[in-house]
Design a protein around this ligand. Sequence first.
Ligand code: 0PR
Length: 386
Amino acid sequence: MINKIEKKKFENILKELDNFKNKDFDFSSGKIIGSMCTKPHDISIQGYIKFIDTNLGDPELFPGTYEIEVYLKNFILNLLNAPKLAQGLIVSGGTEGNITAMWLAKKLSKKNEIILSKSAHFSFKKIASLMNMKLITIPLTKEYIIDIKKVKNKINDNTAAIIGIAGSTELGTIDSIPQLSDICLDENIFLHVDAAFGGFVIPFLKKINYKTTDFDFKLKGVNSITIDAHKMGYSAIPLGVLAIRKQNWLNKISVESHCTNSEKQTGILGTRSGGPVAAAYAVSKFLGKKGYSKLIGDCMNLTRYIESEIIKIGLELIIKPEMNVIGVKIKNLDYVNKKLSDLGWKVNKINRLSCLRIVVMPHLTKKSIDEFIPILKKVCKESGEI
Ligand code: 0PR
């Protein structure tokens, strides 16, 4: 029981929090159009709250939460066409997934070079610094994907892993993972696929008959995949999965854990909340593969609409989008981006490609796009862009 004074204090703190929250941009405004995250599905929010006090670092105390974790991992392994002996590891997101994958690749190979493309996510720079690994960066083709010939030239006795990207951060492009898979099988090299964004998109694009590239465990050379539920999985932050081809590889990234009841702890984190796991379980159960297919279909329809509206106002796209990420060429990038931001529209700028990135997440609607396009046109006219 709290007394009157405490009750007042309690209410004041909540008010204070509301004031902070009101300074944030809100997904439901429809004005966040460059983020790879979204407002989680309602059921995900409710699932999160129910499990906020659980700790998956100590599954002995929380066997029910642990069961949810097993279900969620199986849902994702199934989505990725994983073989029977595969296993998943819950992680906080793409960064931790990629770090853990490279920890494993380094342990398995005892080597330290990573071959990856120029468009790989910056988490690999953290990996290089954290684990004393060397990044061998490969240029992109004119389709903005990794240049396979150049990959072959860079393979040597120190190669620990090759990275394929399935849904790049900049443009949502997909590397030729089938070719990378063949190379890695031939050369006996660990192939990690960063599908942090595309993992919840590509499987459903296939189901709704979009032409796309294979990226998952069906390709025998793929050894691990990063996939995030807090991006296109429509779930709450932080939730990703690192899926690995062989369960026994987990031993390589486990340590003995004397203080908890379980003998070993796997992966990077110790204490971790069951909240995001329950959240992702709830949304995956609610939507199922059918629901996700519909969601991705809607995002793609809106993507096509935005593409045509952008072209209509005289702007150009960097490439035809393969998924729900659009790169709009802008010469005067800083000016346009700042102007849009001042007007309340949050688009991301990709300096390297001199483009604005629009990510067509579930919170976007045709209505907000119809408001945005005339504003974009006006700003681009002012800057002499069109
Ligand atoms: N791999 C890829 C392909 C990614 O795009 C990202 C994040 C990561 C790994 C790392 O994932 P975490 O950030 O979950 O660790 N890409 C987004 C980006 O850098 C992250 C993001 C999301 C940024 C929402 C802004 C934002 O509002 O653009």
